[in-house]
Design a protein around this ligand. Sequence first.
Ligand code: PMT
Length: 406
Amino acid sequence: MQRLANKRILLGVTGGVAAYKSAELIRRLRDQNVDVRVVMTKGSQQFITPLTLQALSGNPVSIDLLDPAAEAAMGHIELARWADLVLVAPATANFMARLAHGHAEDLLTTLCLATDAPICLAPAMNQAMWRDASTQANRDVLVKKGVKMFGPGSGSQACGDIGPGRMLEVDELVELSSAMFESQLLTGKRVMITAGPTREALDPVRYISNHSSGKMGYALAEAASEAGASVTLISGPVHLQPPERVDRVSVNSAREMHDAVHENIQDCDVFIACAAVADYRPMDVSEHKIKKDTTLDHDELHLILVRNPDIVASVAALQSKPFVVGFAAETQDVLSYAAEKLERKRLDMIVANNVSLDGIGFNSDENAVTVLATNLEETLDQTSKPALARKLIELVVGQMGLRTSE
Ligand code: PMT
């Protein structure tokens, strides 16, 4: 269930009596460290108050599509992008009908149209309404569009009837939501990922480094693990916990990262170099703290830097090489520099990352990239690093398929 930790679930609550269970659902999701944001329809507020769901989720509850204050905080498009998963529980027959027909007259239906995240519905209604041909037709349309149905369950209903239409129990909904983050794309594969910065020592207290937080690389490790791979994460110094089931090897310098990579690379199927590795290190590391030399008549301190090994290129040069993915962090001519690195380093794929833009790249929660490979140029729009990582893993799997079938 750790798969749910740090995921962003947008919980839609529509107007059915099972809305009272949404409160417990939020609590269970929060127990799993899920970041929950709630969107309520007008009808649902007859059954449970926004204040209750706000208190339980720890986030403001969104209600109106045309609320300038809410839009200024987190607008509907931002909410749609923010979500890793949209879960509508309970989902009424009316909501299913509106979603099946592409309506966008309130916040929840609009979000569902605008999001790229998977959408899951937990239907809850009277058994006759569920059995009705219109509801079944709407269900079929939704399933065809890729919407997942969690239930409904069968049993005694609030109205006294017995039959299908009960919303699944909260524990089942949490379990099914968790399963949504596990694909089997990389089952049986070994994946190695480098992440974070390196530190190149000048003396015992100082080093040269960069602003990498490790968030992108750790998100990739989690996405690869969720896809069924056995993952080794070679990490520079960062403040992140390793994802569950990921084997982390911690290093400091580029040379340590290079050695750790080559000690573990055997039998790897995929290597993803996301780390921001220092290209150069000081030639000499002073044994003691470098002191200010007050006897000199100038203020400069001259350092001689020498080149570090190129880790990703060294993996791509192996005789029995994995599928090698590099990143290119660029501030100008992003695509042409990335294409040049793809070729020079003999990579199978490169992820071009414009690190000059605010809100993406180094030390941010979101990213936007363009992926280049033979016969591939695909832009992935700005979204959370975990969501982007999942898309990148899908692209890697797609390209690996191409390579093996050549
Ligand atoms: O960690 P975050 O804060 O989440 O930020 C993510 C990121 C911006 C660090 C990430 O998205 C990214 O762009 N990583 C690559 C950073 C980088 O060093 O890029 P580069 O263009 O300098 O290097 C090109 C490629 O060669 C990279 O795959 C890099 O890992 C690799 N490299 C570079 C130098 C070296 N000596 N060895 C290498 O393997």
